[in-house]
Design a protein. Structure first.
Length: 151
């Protein structure tokens, strides 16, 4: 039986599908959901030359993350699920590492994470946080694939 389920959310459809699966599991298992959103300045740093614009963009990312977490918390809470939220600001490093650190910090015993299920060149080019989490996680990981992905 799972007691604490970590759910990284990012605003994409795959993250929402992961959240829905985690809500179903948490309802069945009477588990707490630990919702995590990680902001990363890496893509922003590549595109932003002006420091003022960079700080505005970072604050926008944080605001977006808080909004995602609040919406997810409201959804799960309306179903009677206990919910905790965490917004992590990643300055360098991998999102997967932040997810794995959060497992340690919160004592979660399951990770539910959405994935696009990319293969080949697109996976090599874009990387896969979900795959890194799967390979390195000290706890079980449930990958929830996007609809229409090829097996």
């Amino acid at each position: 039986m799972y007691k604490r389920i970590l759910v990284p959310i990012d605003g994409r459809d795959t993250g929402h599908r992961g959240l829905k699966e985690a809500i179903a599991l948490a309802t069945e298992q009477k588990a707490t959901l630990c919702l995590l959103h990680v902001t990363s300045d890496f893509p922003v740093m590549l595109e932003m030359a002006n420091v003022v614009d960079f700080e505005k963009m970072r604050e926008g990312l944080h605001q977006y993350g808080r909004h995602l977490l609040e919406d997810a918390k409201t959804l799960a809470g309306s179903l009677g699920i206990e919910v905790e939220t965490q917004l992590r600001d990643l300055k360098g490093g991998r999102v997967a590492d932040a997810i794995l650190q959060e497992v340690k910090n919160t004592g979660c015993d399951l990770i539910v994470i959405g994935t696009h299920g990319r293969r080949g060149f697109s996976r090599a080019l874009l990387g896969s946080d979900a795959e890194s989490v799967l390979r390195e996680s000290p706890v079980p990981v449930l990958l929830v694939r996007a609809p229409g992905t090829v097996n």
